[in-house]
Design a protein around this ligand. Structure first.
Ligand SMILES: *Cc1c(COP(=O)(O)O)cnc(C)c1O
Length: 361
């Protein structure tokens, strides 16, 4: 068997231990004589899987009792619509546009009400996080929306925006469970799990109960997009993404065993430092993001020469460092170094980059 160092932005690397456990249980999950893929979502075995997953997530993040945890489908992109549909009571919401995903969410919200762009970093290809200490928040804004870690551009909020008392809604797809979080600062936290938590097909939404309306704010919201539908049914209104939830549950157990989110943060800081320190001293490669806004999860870098970038990606792939091609809007390279990427992967990548730099000087 042969495993590569996979720097994909998503779907992305998962802990090897989790994959091995899942393989062991593939044909017979704990004496049930069947795979989790073949199991009724109403069975006792699955009930335990989803309840345990929720409790472990609550333990890891310290989610207070007055927040619901929902396991949904439709990707993070579907929540771009669900957020305004459920929350836009006054028909106004403020968006901070720090990348493609935030922009898509902002554009989607315009379909359902007045979405206001209160700050943006598009002027410099989203390479920084704007100052959000004193934004022109609308008096009647139903919420303020952010994408907390910008997967494509490699920026991350180091401080949450001053929402002037308005509800904060955050897409955390690419920084989910990468560090401790104070859930009480948010009204809604959601993310697709395929970046840092599990396989594609599951979206986790953590929503303060008083924000789950009896009736969605937007008339004729589809039943499936009304958070209340899923909240009342404990995520089992219809068939949930059972296998994905099962793998997420295993990742939660793995994170607990590793020492929880404080330990993950320490590891993620140490891991990212290996790469950023090299980028800061390299004569060939350079990071594309303002230093103080750098993400611990997604690290874009360029040589400044398209042909050299292509040569690097080709040689890196051949050496077992895969999925390093940057997003087309940034160009160059991007290394996504999520929780499950071991520090050796980053150290070996940096050693390879050093050699490449020496060979191409
Ligand atoms: C990947 C990503 C999305 C889109 O997720 P889907 O599950 O494909 O809809 C949205 N937001 C962020 C921050 C992402 O990284």
């Amino acid at each position: 068997m042969h495993r590569v160092y996979n720097f994909s932005a998503g779907p992305a690397v998962l802990p090897e231990e989790v994959l091995r456990e899942a393989a062991d249980e593939m044909l017979d999950y704990q004496g049930t004589g069947m795979s989790v893929m073949e199991m009724s979502h109403r069975s006792a075995a699955f009930d335990e899987i989803i309840k345990t997953a929720e409790q472990d997530l609550r333990d890891l993040m310290g989610i207070p009792d007055n927040y619901k945890v929902l396991f949904l489908q439709g990707g993070a992109s579907q929540q771009f619509a669900a957020v305004p549909m459920n929350l836009m009571k006054n028909g106004v919401a403020d968006y901070i546009v720090t990348g493609q995903w935030a922009k898509k969410a902002y554009q989607e919200a315009q379909k359902y009400g007045k979405a206001v762009k209160v700050a943006s970093s598009e002027d410099k290809t989203f390479s920084y996080i704007p100052d959000c200490s004193d934004l022109p928040i609308d008096d009647d804004a139903d919420y303020v929306y952010i994408c907390e870690n910008n997967t494509i551009y490699g920026t991350k909020y180091k401080k949450l925006p001053n929402t002037k008392g308005k509800t904060l809604v955050a897409d955390v797809s690419s920084c989910f469970l990468s560090e401790p979080v104070d859930v009480t600062k948010y009204g809604v936290i959601y993310g697709g799990v395929q970046k840092n938590v599990g396989p594609a097909g599951v979206v986790i939404a953590i929503i303060r109960e008083d924000l789950i309306p009896e009736k969605p704010a937007v008339e004729n919201t589809p039943t499936m997009l009304a958070w209340k539908t899923q909240a009342d049914a404990d995520s089992l209104y219809n068939t949930p993404p059972c296998y994905g939830i099962y793998i997420c549950g295993k990742v939660f157990k793995w994170l607990k065993k590793m020492g929880g989110l404080e330990e993950m943060q320490k590891r993620n800081i140490a891991k990212a430092k290996v790469l950023y320190d090299f980028l800061d001293e390299s004569k060939l490669f350079k990071g594309t993001v303002r230093k103080e806004d750098r993400s611990l999860m997604n690290v874009p870098f360029v040589t400044g020469d398209k042909d050299m970038d292509a040569k690097f990606i080709k040689e890196a792939t051949a050496a077992g460092f895969v999925n390093l091609k940057g997003h087309r809007t940034v160009g160059g390279m991007r290394a996504s170094i999520y929780n499950a990427m071991p520090i050796e992967g980053v150290e070996k990548l940096v050693a390879f980059m050093k050699q490449f730099e020496a060979d191409n000087a």
